[in-house]
Design a protein around this ligand. Structure first.
Ligand code: SF4
Length: 387
């Protein structure tokens, strides 16, 4: 991201908070153990990183802000408050429509909802994962089921009604009845949004080691699909619509930040491991707090992987992402917005015809969207456009 340019096209801002109070057995996101001194230093560097970005971009006027991690609520209340001030002091909030902060149940200081609301936060995302204390312990979570319900009570009593609950399906040793019970308990909390991520073994995690040692009971593809289907049935009948492979919302409460990124919008990310997509430029900060703070202490941008992709690849990436969404892609609108080359467009049209014939996509005039079966084959669909 070099050279002065107007950043009015960057509608989405992400901040990665690289701290957790421990490591969950399944998690491959970058985080390190919280300490007050390291978090203070991170916050100072985060402010500088945004300032360095603003030196080469006229302003930051995002429509969405997402503070994730790691665990933003691993910060002390005073530090989280400072983080929100850092953001507010550097962005123009006049176009802001959504500001999400991820929270871990049980980390919740009673004064926090008021601090979030005063700063302009509009949405909270809670990592509940499964509603059983033993199953939570088995995956290395540090919270309990009462922590989730207490946190939701606290949010609601403070007037925060817009919250997401994350769940993980197909966890090892979690029975079908416990999964159904967890879905129902999540619904009882009346969130506006529920994310259902299918468990997968990620490299470098405790689960990967267990898998290597043959200690993870296998869950067949058929069983996984059955558990995801149960999620869809229960959540649909409770009034949640599936709008993306892993995401359900009360209509009108879809995650605007994630939707914008899946629709091909640009985003800028700050903090260790955060990614940015600005036009054809991609940048991912190294997942390492030490090198992040060392570089920024010298007033330099943190070490990162940078790439400038050719226009054809850029458009293809933005196009393929749309098929994660139940609404799919309107080919005419996409073409008007991004003007793909005639050869690329005709290749896409040919692949679209094939995917419709294979019953992975449906066509409604210019709009192509995944069938229920196609939603489970997103990687295959993306792969077809790559060929
Ligand atoms: S799942 Fe969340 S709380 Fe657990 S280690 Fe990963 S980022 Fe931290």
């Amino acid at each position: 991201m070099s050279g002065p340019s107007c950043s009015s096209g960057i509608n989405n801002l992400y901040i990665h908070v690289p701290f957790c109070d421990g490591k969950c057995d399944y998690c491959a996101f970058y985080s390190t153990t919280f300490s007050t001194a390291r978090a203070d230093s991170y916050l100072e560097c985060l402010a500088t990183e945004i300032d360095l970005f603003l030196e080469s971009h006229q302003s930051l006027v995002p429509q969405t802000v997402y503070i994730g991690g790691g665990t933003p609520s691993a910060l002390s209340t005073e530090q989280l408050s400072r983080l929100l001030e850092i953001v507010n002091a550097r962005i123009d909030t006049s176009r802001l429509i959504e500001w999400t902060v991820e929270m871990n149940p049980g980390d919740f200081d009673p004064s926090l909802p008021d601090i979030l609301l005063a700063a302009g936060v509009t949405r909270v995302s809670l990592g509940a994962q499964i509603f059983d204390d033993e199953a939570l312990r088995a995956i290395g979570r540090r919270h309990t089921v009462p922590d989730v319900t207490d946190t939701v009570k606290l949010l609601r009593s403070a007037g925060i009604q817009n919250y997401n609950v994350d769940l993980i399906s197909s966890l090892p040793d979690v029975s079908e009845s416990l999964w159904i019970d967890s879905l129902n308990k999540a619904v009882e909390l009346e969130p506006t949004h529920i994310s259902v991520y299918n468990f997968s073994v990620e490299q470098g995690t405790v689960m990967a080691q267990k898998d290597y040692n043959g200690l993870l009971p296998p869950v067949s593809d058929k069983q996984q699909l059955q558990l995801l289907k149960q999620a869809e049935t229960i959540l649909n009948s409770a009034g949640y619509s599936r709008y993306e492979i892993s995401n359900y919302a009360v209509p009108g409460f879809e995650s605007r930040h994630n939707l914008a990124c899946w629709h091909g919008g640009d985003y800028v990310g700050f903090g260790p491991s955060a990614s940015s997509r600005i036009g054809s430029r991609r940048r991912t900060n190294n997942a390492d707090l030490n090198s992040y703070t060392e570089a920024i202490a010298k007033n330099k941008l943190p070490p990162s992987i940078k790439e400038v992709v050719v226009e054809e690849v850029d458009l293809l990436e933005r196009f393929m992402f749309g098929f994660r969404l139940t609404a799919g892609v309107d080919l005419k609108k996409f073409t008007q917005k991004y003007s793909p080359a005639p050869q690329q467009l005709s290749h896409w049209q040919e692949v679209l015809r094939r995917l419709v014939a294979e019953k992975l996509l449906l066509q409604d005039e210019e709009r192509y969207y995944p069938t229920p079966y196609g939603l489970g084959c997103a990687d295959y669909i993306a792969g077809e456009f790559l060929v």
